[in-house]
Design a protein around this ligand. Structure first.
Ligand SMILES: *Cc1c(COP(=O)(O)O)cnc(C)c1O
Length: 432
């Protein structure tokens, strides 16, 4: 469920007409629904209620301060992957003590910063990293809490660029090596073994890979927990969302459709995993990103030109791959809808941006209602891995981000001014 829907023929975000926002703030424009963020967090939180649990929002999916504050206010922790993200948590009013630090390349400076902030746990991805964390902790006379990310070597059945839990991926430590790694880490004086972590991939839409992975690592978790008094186990993030409602049975109510068998929902996740997780008697962490914010944001764009070639109908818009790279990068599907619905025939269209790359497209040969210059469109489900992956390619400014709650709306990030794009640059002295 999300809060973008038509009232009459106009697209609304909660109680606000998106057309009004586009007129007021211009395009390209990201628009986020606070109620949707809240709703998704609470659905997951409720599904996990029988467990001692903590949701650590994977903020790389959307690190806008207003989104983060919304989640912090709901009690969320954060999964961070850099010192910059941890500083953002603090800027957003989040609690570092509810943060886990993931990622394969943590630098000494990052480890030191995170230790000083008192984060809950480092999720370690290699043995040299564990050794380094111990050294930094010793230097600071601190004890560093760590967990190891186990790579369970299961296929997540998702896009290759977001599969992380097989031995062909750079992530985690092989299942077979984990016991040895814990035994060696346990000998390092400035570490506390706090948990075991896992993350098998992103945009998982089926429960079965989770079930399989959890089943596989459960005996290992039990053994390690008994031996080293672990506090937590994390089955990770990766819960998928519906990008294309035509593919999900029962469009509007896909959350509540157990009929969509095997589809990953908070309910099916809880049903399949809760009994297994409860048997551990540990605290359970999960680190969802996309699931919480994916459907809570849209990218609004304006049609500049419509161009018909011999073969194609190109709808050329003012947003481009620098604003939303997912179609180019992951072959992602984003539903594209007009802000003002018109009746009439559809035309097979390619919606494309203005960047000088053939990969700069939002859809290809998709039947869309006929549009003309000046019409506005919304790319739905753009709340995760949207703005955060935006760039200044072609010296295009970063889009503005608007936050909506009920009938209230406000700028959560101002549109970047063009001179800001090169603000940190200079012509080197010998060229003057
Ligand atoms: C990216 C990532 C997540 C979040 O993934 P989503 O698919 O957005 O839920 C969680 N944990 C780790 C370690 C990640 O790298």
């Amino acid at each position: 469920m999300h809060q973008f829907r038509y009232v009459g023929n106009k697209l609304f975000c909660e109680g606000v007409s998106v057309e009004t926002l586009a007129e007021k703030f211009g395009t390209p424009l990201y628009v986020y629904s606070q109620q949707t963020v809240t709703d998704h967090f609470q659905k997951l939180d409720a599904a996990l209620a029988p467990l001692d649990h903590l949701i650590c929002f994977a903020m790389k999916a959307n690190s806008n301060l207003s989104v983060m504050r919304t989640l912090a206010n709901l009690g969320s922790g954060f999964d961070v992957v850099s010192a910059g993200e941890l500083q953002r948590v603090i800027a957003a009013g989040g609690d570092p003590k509810k943060c886990v630090f993931a990622g394969v390349a943590k630098s000494e400076a990052e480890i030191e910063f995170a230790l000083r902030q008192g984060i809950y746990c480092f999720n370690c991805e290699s043995e040299p990293e564990i050794v380094r964390i111990n050294q930094v902790a010793a230097r600071l006379k601190k004890i560093a809490p760590i967990a190891v990310r186990v790579n369970p070597n299961v296929e997540a059945h998702t896009h290759a660029k977001i599969t992380t839990g097989t031995y062909a991926n750079k992530f985690g430590i092989a299942f077979e090596h984990i016991e040895g790694v814990y035994a060696r880490a346990n000998k390092l004086k400035n570490l506390k073994l706090r948990g075991l972590q896992m993350h098998i991939g992103s945009q998982l839409t089926q429960v079965s890979p989770y079930e399989l992975a959890v089943k596989k690592v459960l005996p290992l978790v039990k053994k390690l927990a008994a031996k080293y008094a672990l506090e937590f186990f994390s089955p990770g993030g990766g819960l998928g969302i519906i990008y294309n409602p035509a593919l999900a049975s029962g469009a509007a109510g896909w959350w509540q459709t157990p009929a969509a068998k095997g589809i990953l929902t908070p309910a099916s996740y809880a049903e399949k995993l809760l009994p297994q997780l409860q048997s551990l008697g540990l605290k359970i962490l999960i680190e969802p990103g996309r699931f919480i914010v994916g459907n809570a944001g849209i990218l609004v764009t304006r049609v500049e030109y419509v161009k018909r070639t011999g073969k194609k109908n190109f709808v050329i818009v003012d947003a481009a791959m620098n604003d939303l790279i997912r179609p180019a990068f992951y072959d992602s599907y984003h539903e594209i809808v007009p802000l003002v619905k018109k009746s009439g025939a559809t035309v097979a269209s390619d919606v494309v941006g203005g960047i000088c790359e053939s990969g700069d497209f939002f859809c290809k040969d998709r039947p869309l209602a006929k549009v003309g210059a000046g019409d506005r469109l919304a790319l739905l489900s753009a709340g995760a891995y949207g703005f955060v992956m935006a760039s200044n390619y072609n010296t295009r400014p970063l889009a503005a981000e608007i936050f909506v709650n009920g009938k209230k709306f406000a700028v959560a990030r101002a549109r970047q001014a063009i001179p800001e794009i090169w603000a940190g640059e200079k012509v080197v002295s010998w060229l003057k």
